[in-house]
Design a protein around this ligand. Structure first.
Ligand SMILES: NC(=O)c1ccc[n+]([C@@H]2O[C@H](COP(=O)([O-])OP(=O)(O)OC[C@H]3O[C@@H](n4cnc5c(N)ncnc54)[C@H](OP(=O)(O)O)[C@@H]3O)[C@@H](O)[C@H]2O)c1
Length: 226
């Protein structure tokens, strides 16, 4: 069965997810970071793009409180860590490969060089080639469900990965934090990048919940299925 796939992102009022000097989502509040921790604590696995690993080098390690909540729910203490990189350019020094608190997986394509493949195989628990030039997310999700029993898969960006997953029709829920900031910059990524959708293929969502905390708006949307 397909896992439930949910996406979480924080953005400025003008839709930006980082700053011109590439400081990542540091522009959010403490309340947002707590919410992120709570939503992460529901995930069996967390998936990001190579760009996010290179820019932010996340550890994916939950707080002590979130780990306890996970254990109480019968989940593993730490989520499985996944990076998608068509070329395999993600550095083998990335923290996700070295905390050894949960499996670290790579999904890549036939574009990966033998050298990059060998280097990533040394640090990752598994490297899957699922696609010729682009990762086939239907195949990736099937592997996660069947081989790792993933039922709740959290997507944490960035913009290119988010587009690929919307395009594949795999996102079920979206958690967005709207921060009262303007960042600008034509080259600064937004929540969804990629090729974009034509008018007829726009993704429709339904608002399920909203909260306002100190000027930030926490939004929960469900994706409409045809
Ligand atoms: N505000 C937030 O909540 C938040 C959250 C996460 C990240 N961020 C920010 O987002 C920025 C990164 O976003 P981004 O859009 O530049 O990068 P990204 O989506 O994190 O990663 C892009 C890379 O992922 C791989 N990829 C994407 N789709 C693929 C597909 N279908 N098949 C194979 N590979 C695929 C490619 O890697 P290869 O080039 O190796 O093929 C591509 O270059 C960072 O600045 C980060 O700080 C913000």
């Amino acid at each position: 069965m397909k896992p439930h796939i949910f996406l979480i992102m924080a953005m400025s009022l003008d839709g930006k997810i980082t700053t011109r000097d590439n400081q990542g989502p540091r522009f959010t509040s403490r309340a947002d970071k707590i919410r992120l921790g709570q939503i992460r604590s529901q995930a069996d696995a967390i998936l990001v793009g190579a760009g996010t690993i290179i820019a932010d080098d996340p550890t994916f390690t939950p707080s002590k409180l979130n780990r306890e909540q996970r254990l109480q729910r019968g989940m593993a203490a730490n989520p499985i860590k996944i990076v998608v990189s068509g070329t395999g350019r993600v550095p083998e020094t990335a923290q996700m490969f070295h905390s050894k608190d949960a499996p670290a997986l790579v999904f890549t394509t036939e574009r990966i060089s033998p050298n990059r493949m060998e280097r990533l195989q040394c640090v990752a628990d598994a490297v899957y080639v699922v696609g010729e030039t682009q990762v086939d997310f239907q195949r990736a999700v099937k592997i996660l469900a069947e081989e790792y029993a993933v039922k709740q898969l959290l997507i944490e960006g960035g913009g290119q990965i988010n587009f690929a997953l919307f395009e594949a029709g795999l996102i079920d829920d979206v958690y967005l934090t709207l921060c009262p900031k303007i960042i600008g910059g034509r080259d600064v990524p937004t929540v969804v990048e990629g090729e974009g959708f034509d008018f007829l293929n726009i993704v429709d969502l339904e608002l399920r919940n909203h909260d306002v905390v100190d000027g930030e708006i926490f939004l929960h949307y469900r994706v409409h299925r045809d």
